[in-house]
Design a protein around this ligand. Structure first.
Ligand code: SF4
Ligand code: SF4
Length: 388
């Protein structure tokens, strides 16, 4: 994980050629580059080789239950707002084989997991991580690598990962990272942070060096000191982004309000629309639940145990002997929202939401977490249905 440099943070400016050189320097240092690219009409995170693979001119339009990618003739490489995918698929993979067993005659051999660090020779370099996503990774660090326990799969993938963040200059209609204090500018948790600036006749990247590792990789890259004007342009874009968030959430008092809203009628309203499909949790960069599944082949000589993403919207997720603790959509949605915005604080000292807006764009029922919160906040404080 990045070590923040003791030196004052340096600003450098790269042109397109310099950015490509930076990506190649990471490859030369044996990193596996993962970055944004276009696949089948969406931005995904996948292996890239350099600047040519980045989604030049791709802009996304996102709103309630809406995602559309449009191609423009602008040369911006990071003009889209956010991918439907999050980086958790690389650090906390959707499926991991924990072990396998093979029977030969009367002996049984137990195999190691499919994510043995010894089999992965290259650490990740994540290219284009948005500020809300940097914050989401920090939240998952607290879940998977804490003082008491560490998940070996997450830890081995996370430890050496290089993070090249990209500040947000074009928030989408579903974004509310400013409300969650998670954007639009990266403040920590990365190695380098770029701001892409595209004016009438110039295209450049203002790079803020956040770690010693980031400073080392910048050495030898074609660059120049950032001028006052370039710095001002980049800051202006970030200031405008903060003012142009598509959505907002009032977080003051929210934790107490939700903790005292167990019987609020809004839960019935959302339950009448919620399909319990779990999309919101699958796209969420901070959700971390998993389950295990055992499989065997037809011979009976081979068995495997897999860890897979799970969701609090699944009936099985809260199953204990005799039945499910949260048997209704109402209780499951209430659990999810209250955990994100209230009880997560008790567990991890922060909100569990970074305001990325994915759950709003990818809910097939058009349920909007910000609207549900507002409905509870704007109801009568003396609502008789609310338990004190
Ligand atoms: S709850 Fe929704 S907005 Fe918040 S981090 Fe998860 S997906 Fe993003
Ligand atoms: S809130 Fe939307 S995405 Fe989440 S489980 Fe309900 S219907 Fe699915």
């Amino acid at each position: 994980m990045p070590k923040t440099t003791a030196r004052a943070r340096a600003y450098k400016t790269l042109d397109l050629h310099g950015l490509d050189a930076l990506l190649h320097a990471l490859v030369e240092q044996n990193y596996r580059l993962i970055g944004p690219c276009v696949r089948e009409g969406v931005i995904v995170y996948d292996d890239i080789a350099g600047v040519d693979d980045l989604p030049a001119g791709a802009f996304d339009e996102q709103d309630t239950a809406t995602y559309r990618l449009i191609k423009t003739d602008k040369p911006s490489l990071f003009g889209y707002t956010i991918s439907p995918q999050s980086w958790k698929r690389y650090l906390f993979p959707p499926e991991v084989k924990l072990w396998q067993a093979d029977r030969t005659g009367s002996s049984i051999t137990i195999g190691t997991n499919s994510d043995d660090p010894g089999e992965r020779t290259k650490p990740f370099a994540f290219i284009g991580v948005r500020p809300c996503e940097v914050r989401a990774i920090a939240i998952q660090d607290r879940v998977f690598i804490n003082q008491t326990y560490a998940d070996p799969v997450y830890k081995s993938r996370r430890e050496d990962a290089f993070i090249l963040a990209v500040n947000c200059t074009r928030p989408g209609k579903t974004c509310f990272c400013a409300s969650m204090d998670a954007g639009p500018q990266v403040t920590d948790g990365c190695d380098l942070a770029l701001t892409e600036v595209l004016d009438e006749d110039r295209h450049y990247f203002v790079v803020e060096v956040h770690s010693d590792r980031g400073a080392a990789i910048m050495e030898g890259i074609p660059q120049r000191n950032t001028s006052a004007e370039e710095q001002k342009n980049a800051s202006g874009l970030l200031h405008a982004a903060a003012q142009n968030m598509g959505r907002a959430v009032k977080t003051k008092g929210l934790r107490d309000l939700l903790n005292h809203s167990h019987d609020h009628p809004q839960w019935d309203s959302v339950a009448s629309r919620c399909l319990s499909c779990a999309n919101c949790t699958m796209v969420c960069p901070t959700c971390f639940c998993s389950t295990v599944e055992d499989v065997t082949d037809l011979s009976g000589d081979h068995a495997e145990r897999w860890r897979k993403w799970d969701s609090c919207f699944m009936l099985d997720s809260s199953y204990i002997f005799g039945g499910s603790v949260r048997a209704t959509s109402k209780s499951r949605y209430r659990q999810w929202l209250t955990h994100k915005m209230a009880t997560w604080n008790d567990q991890f000292d922060s909100m569990g939401c970074v305001g990325c807006g994915r759950c709003i764009a990818w809910c097939p029922a058009g349920i909007d977490i910000t609207a549900e919160i507002r409905a509870i906040q704007e109801s009568e404080p003396a609502d008789a249905t609310r338990k004190k």
